[in-house]
Design a protein around this ligand. Structure first.
Ligand SMILES: *Cc1c(COP(=O)(O)O)cnc(C)c1O
Length: 494
């Protein structure tokens, strides 16, 4: 199976090349040319498997130039980095379940893909006989950065640079990134928000002259953001896993469609759910949950994507995004692969900061996706109420999803079983979670971690313990137009 660019379908590459390049040369995103179809008996078979086998089964249908055995080896090695089950499904109420995706080394769902992706990237280099050094550039809203650093630190033949918004991540997220180990890593703060960092990094990928200069030094750029299809394909597996867990536990009947509620930022996670649906997973509605940065809610209601609006910093910083890259992939698919139309929309976005889709396109999106958002106050209240009702502690991102789901269910009659996608450990956002529970604002992040532990008795994840005792290794701050210089400098020091 090949992958094609959303901006030019004739630009066609095998899976390994799509992963290694990270983004298509024409600026488009690689998408599967076709989708495999999983049948009821495939799902029944997977219900019997441990997670690494489920993951390898899904990967093998999408990454056809890798063998099943290779993929199983990578999935098994990735799984070993998790604390217990990779993605347990917890029943919280009648017909409502939570899939926990935060048991990886960095306590956020980004680990689900980034613990396996470095193996895929290294194998892709071997398959393509790529001798250049790979330099991965990452723009992060907080969680991708650390998960990518953990995944790629000390990887042979691969270096990684992470750019995070200076004021836009939680104190714990920042400490996780700046104390990272490894000799092939660099972490830099950017004066600006996530969109500024992501745009600057995307511009570097599009800068042919700069790319040539690096290639002359034996360095090829790649990406570990969800613009890289190597991030999205592993994420399809946990949607299928949640479904077959429900089936295996007798909670659903064969073929019964369920809802997934996804706290959304760059639209990668929810796009993986859509790809699962395309591959035969019975999904009723995909519920796209945003925080106060509700550009997606507006888009799905009116068909206009307009970035000319206030950017808010919220308690769910990993969703503080106005330019959701992976929407491009959804629009490409829903338009039947209209690469010309996508190119023109993306040109509008670049030149005018907005684009609009047709009524028929909006209607098609409406049948797939329900979108909503939560104000900050609702998020806080949801954390408190959910803890009081179920003794279950939500992180602010997952609380956004729960709040949006509650509004959804109150406004329509949908009795499909629903899985809430939980994307982070509450400890990553200890200050805000502790405030939601107690109305007390502790300013020190590490103190909040301890207080939250004393209040709830929940274990602090290993990776977040003793972070305050580690010395930060990186304190560089650059302006958004200096990111390229930072790359130049990192390369020259190597
Ligand atoms: C990245 C992230 C999100 C948003 O996921 P996207 O794939 O960017 O939509 C939500 N919650 C948390 C905790 C995250 O780290």
């Amino acid at each position: 199976m090949n992958y094609i660019s959303t901006r030019n379908k004739n630009n066609k590459v095998p899976p390994s090349k799509a992963i290694l390049d990270g983004i298509a040369a024409d600026g488009g995103l690689y998408v599967p040319e076709s989708f495999p179809l999983f049948t009821d008996s495939d799902f029944e078979g997977m219900a019997e498997m441990p997670y690494p086998e489920r993951l390898a089964t899904v990967l093998s249908r999408f990454l056809t130039d890798f063998t099943y055995q290779e993929l199983l080896d990578y999935a098994t090695a990735a799984d070993a980095k998790f604390d217990g089950d990779s993605c347990p499904l917890v029943k919280v109420d009648d017909d409502v379940y939570i899939i926990e995706l935060f048991h990886g080394p960095t306590s956020a769902f980004k680990d689900m893909a980034l613990s396996v992706m470095p193996y895929l990237m290294k194998a892709a280099k071997d398959k393509l006989n790529e001798k250049n050094k790979t330099l991965i550039l990452v723009a992060t809203s907080g969680d991708t950065g650390k998960a990518a650093l953990e995944g790629f630190k000390d990887a042979d033949g691969i270096d990684i640079m992470v750019f995070y918004p200076f004021d836009g991540v939680s104190g714990i997220q920042k400490a996780q990134m700046t104390t990272t180990e490894g000799n092939n890593v660099c972490v830099t703060a950017v004066k600006g928000n996530f969109d500024d960092a992501q745009t600057a990094v995307k511009n570097i990928f599009g800068d042919k002259e700069f790319g040539e200069k690096l290639l002359n030094k034996g360095i090829a750029l790649s990406s570990a953001n969800s613009i890289n299809i190597g991030r999205l394909i592993p994420q399809i597996a946990y949607y299928i896993s949640a479904y077959v867990d429900l089936l295996g536990a007798g909670e659903t009947e064969k073929g019964e469609a369920v809802n997934f509620v996804v706290p959304t930022g760059n639209f990668g996670n929810i796009l993986a759910a859509y790809y699962a649906k395309k591959s035969g997973l019975p999904i009723n509605k995909l519920i796209c949950a945003s925080n106060k940065n509700n550009i997606l809610t507006d888009f799905f209601s009116a068909g206009e994507y307009d970035t000319d609006r206030t950017f808010y910093k919220t308690a769910s910083p990993s969703m503080d995004i106005l330019v959701s890259s992976n929407l491009e992939r959804l629009l490409f698919d829903v338009s039947g692969g209209d690469d010309k139309m996508i190119s023109s929309l993306m040109k509008d976005l670049k030149q005018n900061g907005k684009f609009s889709v047709s009524h028929s396109m909006l209607a098609a999106l409406d049948s797939l996706i329900a979108a909503g958002y939560a104000e900050e106050k609702e998020t806080t209240l949801t954390i408190e109420n959910f803890y009081n009702s179920y003794e279950y502690l939500l992180d602010p991102h997952t609380a956004v999803a729960v709040s949006v789901y509650e509004n959804y269910i109150n406004s329509c009659s949908d009795d499909a079983k629903t899985v809430i996608v939980s994307t982070a450990s509450p400890y990553k956002f200890a200050v805000d979670v502790y405030y939601a529970l107690t109305s007390t604002r502790v300013t020190d992040h590490f103190n909040a971690l301890k207080k939250l532990n004393a209040y709830t008795g929940l274990d602090i994840p290993d990776g977040l313990q003793d972070l305050d005792l580690k010395t930060p290794r990186f304190n560089g701050v650059v302006k958004k137009d200096e990111i390229k210089d930072a790359v130049r400098q990192f390369v020259s020091e190597k």
